[in-house]
Design a protein around this ligand. Structure first.
Ligand code: ADP
Ligand code: MG
Length: 248
């Protein structure tokens, strides 16, 4: 579903590479969790996968389509929810979903059904006609999710999607992610909530200082730690090894 090769990005004025030679694959039917400390390069990677930030070098293919060669076609295959949502403040929830439906050409019965489905799923029906400006962080997160999922893209790309969600909404989202992958579709998401990643993901990538430090199933990642280690223990063990390596 996603193939990333040699992805590198340095921001203007940035002294080090925010993302440094990243190779990664997300398979069909997979929930892939991307974890790492603040500033590790998760958001930068996600923006390049979603096609909103141009890599310095390297390539991204979504469902076999090269992002830099055919951005419009590649983007049709994905729904992206960024970690901040300041745009679209002037629209109401329903206007926002209508706008997204227009952009992606979602017409006919699918349009109304899709909007109703996601407004219901995220418990936003009663707020649908209020301006997004009046929404709480969690409600904004949910309306952005609804918008990203409306055109039924095979790949969901979610940057810290659980942040600001109440437990009930987080549960709905996790169930929606599982349901999405049952039909061979995929989810790529970043999180710093390690126990969510541990329970939800088929595979996990650990990014440290812009580089992929480890990747695999939890089982495979445990090769870096004890056989019954939690993801948290694996994470710190990988991070410690990296620091030791840097000292040598
Ligand atoms: N717009 C930007 N301009 C300059 N540096 C940036 C910008 N965005 C992020 N960075 C830097 O790039 C690195 C990776 O950031 P980011 O991808 O946001 O990490 P994460 O999402 O893992 O917290 C950090 O060192 C951050 O300070
Ligand atoms: Mg981030």
């Amino acid at each position: 579903m996603v193939e990333i090769k040699g992805l590198t990005k340095t921001y203007a004025g940035g002294r080090t590479r925010a993302v440094d030679g990243l190779d990664l694959e997300v398979k069909d039917g997979e929930i892939f969790g991307f974890i790492g400390p603040n500033g590790a390069g998760k958001t930068t990677t996600i923006k390049m996968i979603a096609g909103v930030l141009r890599p310095d070098t390297g390539s991204v293919r979504i469902a076999g389509v090269d992002m830099s060669a055919e951005p419009v076609r590649a983007k049709r295959n994905l729904g992206y929810v960024p970690d901040t949502h300041d745009a679209f403040d002037k629209l109401t929830g329903i206007e926002y979903l209508g706008f997204i439906a227009d952009v992606y050409g979602v017409d006919g019965p699918e349009r109304k059904e899709g909007m109703e489905k996601y407004l219901r799923l995220f418990d936003l029906q009663s707020a649908a006609r209020d301006s997004i400006k009046s929404y709480s962080h969690g409600m904004r997160q949910k309306i952005m999710l609804a918008g990203a999922l409306l055109h039924n893209p095979p790949l969901w790309i979610l940057d810290e999607p659980m942040t600001g969600l109440d437990p009930a909404s987080a549960l709905l989202l996790k169930e929606a992610m599982r349901e999405h992958c049952r039909s061979g579709h995929s989810v790529f998401f970043s999180t710093h909530v390690l126990d969510v990643a541990e329970r939800l993901c088929h595979r996990i990538g650990i990014i440290l200082g812009g580089k992929l430090a480890a990747v695999g199933t939890l089982e495979e990642l445990r090769a870096n730690a004890a056989a019954d280690a939690t993801l948290e223990q694996v994470f710190f063990s990988v991070a410690d090894k990296q620091t030791e390596g840097a000292r040598l």
